[in-house]
Design a protein around this ligand. Structure first.
Ligand SMILES: [Zn+2]
Length: 294
């Protein structure tokens, strides 16, 4: 049995660490110094790439993309209003609406591409019931974009990922099958656990910043803790769906408790908002989903 190659990996990690410290940048939302190896333009380019890949996959599955003018108009209007009052109003925000009632989700790619799925307001399994609640989810996603959580996370992952890649190259050069398998295994476990999720800290930040954005845009911020309470109380059948928001977001009541601490600040922003929208409108009153004849 071979011993674990601590020295080459340690040296490699040290080198990468030295390279990685040169990426301090100022956060657009908090004004604090953060590590992000990407520029805002790179956020946009990366997001476009991820979005195109996702669209190709959804097209392969014959999903209905941007087919329903009422729903597309609704999510586009909410996104536009919230983006306009956000810390980065000039990003190329774009909405994609996917008419799949089985997918309960909304997510954002870096740079401002936002995906919303019909299942989000499904009458039985969905997460949101009113326009205000939908605005809370979209505002949370926009906050992930303006806080640049995706590329911050990718920056944090860069060093371990490069170290794993380096380990694999080393194992290949050594022609050591056991080591190659070991590093391939580390790569799978590592990416599977981290890449699809934001950190808990990032989630709480997106919750708080998102609630301020929705309030400034004229949606009642009290809807935000209500949505995360519903997420915490999600049923097992909702949890079972791989692509769903329930599988990628922390499921406990801490989020709504944290949000309620900041609610007075958000309520003040809502009171001061120049326009208030009829956010109590029920999404169950939407006309039937438009599906083209096949
Ligand atoms: Zn999130």
């Amino acid at each position: 049995m071979k011993s674990f190659p601590l020295l080459p990996l340690g040296t490699l990690a040290g080198l990468l660490l030295a390279l990685g410290t040169g990426c301090a940048t100022t956060d657009f939302v908090t004004g604090k110094s953060v590590n992000n190896a990407y520029t805002l333009d790179e956020d946009i380019q990366l997001g476009k790439g991820f979005h195109a890949e996702t669209l190709a996959q959804l097209n392969k599955e014959n999903q209905l993309i941007n087919q329903d003018p009422v729903r597309l108009g609704m999510v586009r209007a909410i996104t536009g209003r919230i983006a306009a009052v956000s810390d980065l109003p000039d990003l190329p925000y774009e909405i994609t609406f996917v008419g799949d009632p089985k997918i309960i989700n909304a997510y954002a790619f870096p740079g401002g591409n936002i995906m919303v799925f019909e299942g989000l307001w499904d009458s039985k399994e969905g997460l949101v019931q009113t326009l205000d609640e939908l605005a809370a989810v979209i505002a949370h996603e926009i906050a992930h974009v303006t806080c640049r959580h995706a590329t911050e996370e990718m920056t944090r992952e860069m060093i371990p990922n490069l170290a794993i890649a380096g380990g694999m190259i080393w194992a290949t050069l050594e022609e050591d099958k056991d080591l190659q398998l070991l590093f391939a295994g580390i790569a799978v476990v590592h990416n599977g656990l981290i890449v699809t999720r934001y950190s808990r800290k990032d989630e709480l930040e997106a919750d708080r910043i998102g609630m301020m954005y929705m309030a400034k845009a004229g949606y009642d911020p009290a809807a935000a803790p209500r949505v995360w309470d519903r997420l915490a109380a999600a049923s097992d059948s909702q949890m079972g769906k791989a692509l769903s928001i329930f599988s990628t977001h922390p499921r406990d009541f801490l989020r709504s408790q944290e949000l309620r601490k900041h609610l007075p600040e958000a309520q003040a922003l809502y009171e001061a908002a120049p326009v208030k929208h009829k956010g109590t409108r029920k999404l169950s009153e939407l006309p039937p989903l438009v599906t083209p004849e096949k």
